[in-house]
Ligand binder design. Structure first.
Ligand SMILES: Cc1cc2nc3c(=O)[nH]c(=O)nc-3n(C[C@H](O)[C@H](O)[C@H](O)COP(=O)(O)OP(=O)(O)OC[C@H]3O[C@@H](n4cnc5c(N)ncnc54)[C@H](O)[C@@H]3O)c2cc1C
Length: 314
């Protein structure tokens, strides 16, 4: 059994017997986040499938915290890392199939871009907005990710979840409170997949694919795509655009260490190559303070900050 580890490195002999997925220890999370920063996870697990995941959860010490990661495109992992078992769904839970004329099943580890492309092939929509979201469906469910007027939870019929004891449940969408980039539901349950509903369409696959290309082109023109970032760092305050507030505050191009406010899109913070998570977190705090001082508006992070600062790790 993997035991609660505190600051210590867990021994490999503690791996539950019979796991088919990949377990590693002290796994650098910078390899698993789009900002390319973040210290190590005590335990890192990529399950072979749902049964393997269930066995892992049942086998690990009940006090060890569990954290979930999709493609790491909306998390800032601090430099001291994470004293928990981190479960990565990407590359693991990847079933995507059509259930009926208008409904599909999508596992949590499926990239949103794949969902968008497959829906276009099936003549189902509108799912094009998923194309430019560089995360998994699990992350999109957790964040209620959205773009260009589309939003994940508008399409959710049911979700499949797993709890800390490895028990699998089905929940209907009305079991969750949904708002802009906010999802609240049963405590200590995580998403394994979802039944999603779209409208069957008469347009050809070519027009859906053209729409995807057009949306990706718009992103490329307005966002620093291809540079290490987490997309929009702050949510839009009611009645305002975070990017406009940050730009109006004169913060485009402002640096702390290797982190910079993107000159292309002010709500993006870019890792220029040498940034630490601390640089990014300090830059976020600076942006919040300046915007508060100038406009009396509080910017709230959209990105999830997890783990410990380096100085907190002995
Ligand atoms: C260039 C760029 C552009 C972006 N554009 C957009 C955009 O247009 N719209 C938008 O909404 N977002 C956007 N994002 C942010 C991000 O892609 C989304 O929030 C995405 O949904 C996160 O998915 P992920 O798999 O990467 O989640 P992660 O970053 O891995 O995780 C995010 C949160 O979800 C939780 N989580 C992950 N998987 C599960 C699961 N299976 N069950 C429960 N919780 C889980 C994590 O614990 C964490 O709290 C962008 C990011 C980048 C880098």
């Amino acid at each position: 059994m993997i035991q609660s580890v505190g600051q210590a490195t867990p021994a490999k002999s503690n791996v539950p017997v019979g796991l088919r997925g990949r377990v590693s220890f002290n796994e650098p999370l910078a390899r698993h986040t789009t900002w390319r920063v973040g210290g190590p996870a005590d335990v890192f697990f990529v399950p072979a499938d749902k049964q393997d995941l269930s066995w892992f959860l049942r086998s690990i010490d009940g006090v060890m915290p569990v954290m979930w990661l999709g493609l790491g495109s909306n998390v800032l992992v601090r430099d001291g890392g994470v004293r928990a078992a981190v479960i990565e769904t990407h590359g693991a839970l990847n079933d995507l199939h059509r259930l009926s004329e208008a409904e599909v099943w999508c596992d949590a580890g499926v990239p949103c871009a794949k969902l968008a492309k497959q829906c276009a092939k099936w003549n189902l929509g509108p799912a094009e907005f998923f194309a430019g979201i560089p995360g998994t469906l699990g992350g999109a469910l957790a964040m209620n990710a959205g773009a260009f007027g589309g939003e994940t939870w508008r399409h959710v019929v049911e979700v499949e979840t797993i709890n800390r004891r490895g028990e699998i449940h089905r929940r209907v969408a009305s079991d969750y409170q949904i708002a802009y980039r906010h999802v609240a539901g049963p405590h200590n349950e995580w998403f394994l997949g979802a039944q999603l509903s779209f409208a069957p369409r008469s347009e050809t696959i070519d027009s859906a694919e053209a729409e995807i290309r057009a949306l990706l082109k718009r992103r490329k023109e307005t966002q620093p795509i291809g540079e290490p970032s987490c997309g929009s760092v702050f949510t839009n305050p009611p009645g305002h655009h975070a990017a406009k507030l940050i730009e109006s505050a004169g913060l485009k191009g402002f640096h702390i260490g290797g982190a910079v406010v993107s000159p292309k899109h002010a709500n993006f913070i870019i890792n220029e190559g040498s940034a630490s998570a601390a640089d990014i977190e300090q830059l976020m705090a600076h942006v919040q303070a300046v915007v508060k001082e100038k406009f009396h508006i509080e910017l709230k992070p959209e990105v999830r900050i997890i783990g410990e600062r380096r100085e907190e790790v002995s």
